[in-house]
Ligand binder design. Structure first.
Ligand SMILES: Cc1ncc(C[n+]2csc(CCOP(=O)(O)OP(=O)(O)O)c2C)c(N)n1
Ligand SMILES: [Mg+2]
Length: 560
């Protein structure tokens, strides 16, 4: 059915288009370059909330986290030049994480374009490699078409970010145009022949393994897949930072295939004869830097299911490549029955190895971080969301936390620091009834600590754990490995994190021993406002399994 044409300025046409595509939250930092869009939002403020952030890096992470959580495009608005450059980190994250996102960026008017006018950037060249598409809307009457195109592209196949540039003169101009209908999600589904071949390959397998990951999942697809895997008797794992796609409590769950993988799980993957990979890219983090599978022809018979046809046969030759969205594939799995009994013993063993691996291991110092994570896993509501950025501190969460359901984990697979707090704020705005934690490193947290102001402004009672070891620990670890004792650029002098929380009207705690954590957490939860709990960790505790001194000693012994 066609909508009526209405005369509006470009900003109003754009705001109406967003509402038409079901957008309820948009994140951004304002700029004079897109004032008509803000004016368009003004009329719709009851239906479409513009969340004003403190830095575009934080805003772009929020939009990315929203897209990851909701499974529909996260919307970001940034101004020209400086706003566009600050906002890049969340776009790169969305690209690597296959997260749907639509970015609107101000642009110089067509009257000044190509003069290197104030804050002018060629976005096609700047953003081309980290988006699925960059477009520029030069005529207001074409806004509904471009926005529809952007939402379709962000969601289709392998989801990802797209960017639309908004020349200033276009936004101020008026046009008589009708709104476009809500976008459709276009994803491929497996052919019947694919499923017959899959059944044949799996039925003949002696040591199969299922690996789950990537974007484009839904709660229903995850639940249905878990039921199918359990009924089939297969062991399953999840790719890097996609641990919430498969209930970690399932007897079929064998752990995550990412940084700091359980060595026994890594061996199991290497020894598998048939590997069914659903939705995950076989990227560096998920393949143990391309060591778990040989390039380009893995020893395992690879069945690779991916929504992006370009991912199939990239790096790895798949015996059976299946171009399908994860949900469409899981639907087709319903018709596949396997003689599961022969794998049950191996699956039980894989599970036992996972349970042994996730028993808290002691670390130096009075604060046993593994115990803290285990306590959180046992105490938090099932649907609590844990967001984290990048750094060794995240290793404890990956290893010891049991994710119980779809989208309880928000983490950047591109290892981008500063993600935890903005992602948590976006999650709390999208799902105010859920408990939301950000687990951050001391270095990681301060990359986007300004977004505590956004949390306070919107009443987001997120709880932030700042794991403080007074250094960029990950880099210090690599430094000690490669150039032992030659330490440079990794020591950090930190602020008083609890006082920082209080400065924003939040709640602050400092925890130095394991026993102090639970009461501090309860106080933070009861405070009902943004809270920071600083965890003072012994700097020796560099990973879940080793100490800084050990790493240095090994490097020195090895002649480095
Ligand atoms: C945006 C960004 N900048 C730099 C890096 C490189 N990097 C990876 S981990 C890390 C240090 C993290 O420090 P911290 O948050 O304190 O965690 P820790 O490793 O000490 O636990 C750095 C600098 C990165 N991954 N992302
Ligand atoms: Mg640190």
């Amino acid at each position: 059915m066609r909508a009526e044409a209405k005369v509006r300025h470009g900003g109003k046409i754009l705001a109406d288009a967003l509402v038409g595509h079901g957008v309820k939250l948009a994140f951004g930092v304002p700029g004079e370059s897109y004032l008509p869009v803000l004016d368009g939002f003004y009329d719709l403020r009851e239906r479409l909330k513009f969340v004003v952030c403190r830095q575009e890096g934080g805003a772009s992470y929020m939009a990315e986290a929203y897209g990851k959580l909701a499974g529909e495009p996260g919307v970001l608005l940034v101004t020209r030049g400086p706003g566009a450059t600050n906002g890049a980190v969340g776009v790169h994250t969305a690209f690597q994480d296959s997260t749907p996102m639509v970015v609107f960026v101000g642009q110089v008017g067509n009257d000044f374009v190509e003069r290197e006018a104030f804050q002018e950037i060629d976005y096609r060249r700047m953003y081309g490699p980290i988006t699925k598409w960059v477009g520029q809307i030069d005529r207001a009457e074409r806004i509904p078409e471009y926005v529809s195109h952007a939402f379709h592209t962000a969601m289709a196949g392998r989801p990802g970010p797209v960017l639309l540039a908004l020349p200033e003169d276009m936004l101020f101009s008026k046009a008589a145009v009708a709104d476009a209908p809500h976008y459709k999600v276009v994803r491929p589904a497996p052919a019947p022949g694919d499923m017959r071949e899959l059944e044949r390959l799996l039925a003949g397998a002696a040591r199969p393994f299922v690996l789950i990951g990537g974007g484009g999942w839904s709660r229903a697809a995850c639940d249905a897949l878990r039921r199918w895997v359990e009924a089939s008797g297969l062991p399953a794992g999840t790719s890097f930072r996609c641990q919430d796609l498969f209930d970690n409590r399932s007897p079929s769950y064998a752990g995550d295939v990412g940084i700091g993988i359980n060595p026994k799980l890594a061996q199991r993957l290497k020894d598998a004869d048939v590997l069914l990979v659903i939705g995950a890219r076989l990227g560096e983090m998920t393949t143990g830097a391309y060591s778990l599978l040989e390039v380009p022809v893995p020893r395992q018979t690879l069945i690779h299911v991916h929504a992006g046809a370009e991912e199939l046969g990239r790096v790895y030759y798949a015996a059976l490549p299946i171009n399908s969205g994860p949900a469409q594939f899981v639907e087709a799995l319903a018709g596949v029955t396997l003689p599961g009994a022969k794998w049950r013993e191996a699956t039980r063993a894989a599970r036992a190895e996972y349970e042994a691996w996730t028993q808290p291991q002691p670390i130096p110092g009075k604060l046993q971080y593994a115990e803290v994570v285990k306590w959180l896993g046992a105490t938090l509501p099932e649907d609590a969301i844990l967001a984290s950025g990048a750094g060794n501190f995240a290793g404890w969460v990956h290893r010891y936390f049991r994710y119980k359901g779809f989208r309880t984990q928000l983490g950047p697979t591109n290892g981008s620091m500063g993600y935890g707090l903005p992602a948590a704020v976006a999650a709390k705005l999208a799902a105010p009834q859920r408990t939301v934690l950000a687990v951050c490193g001391d270095g990681d947290f301060l990359m986007n600590a300004q977004e505590l102001a956004t949390a306070a402004q919107y009443g987001c009672a997120v709880i932030v754990l700042v794991v403080n070891n007074a250094m960029y620990g990950t880099i210090r670890m690599h430094q000690e490995r490669e150039y032992p004792e030659r330490i440079l650029g990794t020591a950090l002098t930190n602020p008083d994190f609890a006082a920082y929380a209080r400065a924003f009207g939040g709640h602050g705690e400092v925890v130095e021993t394991t026993a102090e954590f639970a009461p501090a957490f309860e106080r933070a939860r009861a405070a009902g406002k943004p809270a920071i709990i600083e965890l003072r960790i012994d700097p020796e505790a560099i990973t879940t399994g080793t100490t800084l001194s050990n790493i240095r000693a090994q490097a020195l012994a090895g002649g480095k």
